[in-house]
Design a protein around this ligand. Structure first.
Ligand code: ADP
Ligand code: MG
Length: 555
């Protein structure tokens, strides 16, 4: 069987090798099993149902949400000599009639159909009389409210499994979020489907997260070493985008702003200039990205934390499409987490709030991870790795551990003494002995914990407290402005019965890069080729006399 699907791959589609896990997926479907395939856009999901459609008796029914997508797929198949058709609201009655005739005569290999059409009783009845090769459900995340593109007409697709018990179902999506996936499988009623998660790793992207402290200065330090490279800086609000773009321009960078608040023609100009390398850096909201297909994006910086790991993955994935080494840098600050929480909690839809908080928590956990970033990222997508990547910030500069028992005791008792009613920033002021008016008004300067942490800088306290939250000694109540309270794990620490070990933060881009160089970070690409290309790009840039870059100074 494998030889013959290989043959179809070559003769019909013109490809020489399967990509993982196409062959295995195809074999399962040929064996009549249900499959759920999670693979990023462009990974090659279509072949996974198109080849079985040609190898199994009967017609394959493909559910697809968009008429334009359907038509493209159908045209491509027809061009390869495959008997394909589609059925949707854009067809005239006569055209639809011809498709029905082909169906009844059994002269179709694949039929693309909109979900609402598929689920019409008379159509289901007709299908009942036909020999069916398989059902393929493309963009299967449309069935889930957890997904980003919920379509009510998809929810009825759960009826297919009981109605056509012998026909294999292939569900496909690029949406990697675990909750959405669970929901898709549940709703489609495919408890026995084999789940394939593939293609999420981007080995040429190096992931780095640094605590957000002086973001403009940190961004400047990062860009300083990348003067003639193209990159995207994502920020959450239009206002922030405008600010950052202005600052970069003032510092001599070839940068432009991009967000939905700008006129269409201006946005188009920025996108085109970026595409042509006339502008090096685009500072943008998430509105920038759809339809950018620029191979040589060398870095993606998240100036603000994105609201989910999927957004983060999708945005960082715009770097390094050419396979050359690229960087993903995120500035991660607790302030952003609080802002994101507040925005989410403004919604009246309790279910939406629950979903979005869960997604946000996963994002925060990624930012706080003290283990290999790539493993953390891939494991979130269900792609479990048994080894560290060797080139993320954690791998090249593993956090030093230190005995933080004394600091932990100070922080925990400060939480206790102030009545478990205050957020991190206030507690740090008390620990550091601040004479801030609010501290004085609350008489917190009269407490025994006032000033006991004056020897430790505020940023370090922030880091320590964040880890205490992450490790479960403290609980943060976001319905009360992030007020911290003690959890049961805090007791033995306060009583001196147990010690606390924490990781030392790596604070700056410079330290991360220096250590990475020293560690001789593992590379999955051809450095010589990259250097050659970089030199060539520089020559081109010099010849074109692009605006000079000046060194960015601290804001
Ligand atoms: P997806 O649906 O996952 O976004 P597609 O099925 O549209 O991806 O495939 C993306 C691209 O990859 C297409 O141009 C397709 O022809 C190509 N492709 C798929 N499988 C292979 C393969 N085995 N070898 C080479 N190219 C492939
Ligand atoms: Mg597709």
């Amino acid at each position: 069987m494998a030889a013959s699907i290989q043959h179809t791959l070559k003769t019909v589609f013109g490809f020489h090798d399967f990509r993982p896990p196409q062959q295995e997926v195809i074999e399962r479907v040929l064996a009549g099993e249900d499959v759920f395939l999670v693979m990023p856009t462009g990974g090659g999901k279509s072949l996974c149902y198109q080849i079985p459609a040609l190898h199994r008796d009967g017609v394959a029914i493909v559910v697809s949400p968009l008429i334009a997508l359907m038509k493209d797929q159908m045209d491509a198949l027809i061009a390869n000599g495959v008997r394909a058709a589609c059925l949707n609201s854009s067809l005239s009655a006569a055209e639809a009639g011809r498709v029905f005739q082909q169906l009844d005569k059994g002269t179709l290999d694949l039929l693309y159909v909109a979900p609402e059409r598929l689920l019409m009783p008379e159509f289901l009845e007709r299908l009942g009389t036909l020999k069916l090769a398989l059902f393929a459900i493309d963009e299967a995340h449309c069935i889930s409210q957890w997904g980003h593109d919920f379509r009510p007409e998809y929810t009825q697709l759960g009826r297919l499994r009981p109605l056509f018990p012998g026909v294999p179902i292939v569900a496909m999506t690029a949406t990697a979020d675990p909750e959405t996936r669970k929901d898709i499988l549940g709703q489609l009623g495919l408890p026995n489907a084999t789940v394939f998660v593939a293609g999420f790793d981007r080995p040429n992207i190096t992931y780095t997260v640094i605590p957000k402290q002086k973001p403009l200065a940190q961004l400047g330090a990062f860009l300083r070493n990348r003067r003639d490279e193209a990159g995207i800086v994502y920020a959450l609000s239009r206002k922030r985008v405008d600010q950052v773009a202005k600052q970069l321009q003032a510092a001599g960078f070839s940068a432009a702003a991009y967000h939905a608040g700008l006129p269409d023609d201006q946005r188009r100009r920025v996108q085109e200039a970026f595409q042509r390398d006339d502008i090096r850096i685009v500072v943008a909201t998430v509105a920038f990205g759809m339809g950018i297909d620029k191979p040589n994006v060398r870095f993606v910086v998240h100036y603000d934390m994105p609201k989910s790991v999927e957004s983060y993955y999708q945005e960082t994935g715009r770097a390094g499409r050419d396979g050359l080494p690229s960087e993903a840098l995120m500035l991660f600050g607790m302030g952003d987490v609080m802002t994101a929480r507040k925005l989410i909690e403004n919604s009246d839809n309790a279910e939406r709030v629950r979903i979005e908080i869960q997604k946000l928590n996963a994002m925060v956990a990624y930012g706080e991870a003290l283990t290999c970033r790539r493993r953390a990222l891939l494991s979130y997508f269900g792609d479990q790795r048994d080894h560290d990547c060797g080139n993320c910030d954690i791998c090249t500069d593993p956090p030093q551990r230190f005995d933080a028992t004394v600091q932990a005791q100070k922080a925990l008792s400060c939480v206790y003494r102030t009545g478990e009613r205050f957020g991190m920033m206030h507690l740090i002021e008390v620990l550091r002995g601040s004479k801030n008016q609010r501290v004085l008004d609350l008489k917190h300067d009269k407490l025994s914990t006032w000033g006991i942490g004056a020897d430790t800088p505020a940023t370090q306290w922030e880091n320590i407290i964040r880890q205490l939250i992450h490790l479960g000694y403290l609980t943060q109540d976001f319905t009360r402005f992030g007020a911290l309270s003690l959890s049961s794990a805090a007791r033995p620490v306060l009583k001196g019965e147990t010690t606390v070990t924490l990781g030392m933060p790596r604070n700056t881009v410079e330290t991360v890069e220096r250590t990475r160089k020293r560690a001789g970070a593992k590379k999955d690409y051809d450095q010589a080729l990259f250097d050659k290309l970089r030199a060539l790009r520089k020559q081109i840039a010099d010849a074109a006399k692009l605006p000079p870059f000046v060194v960015f100074s601290d804001a």
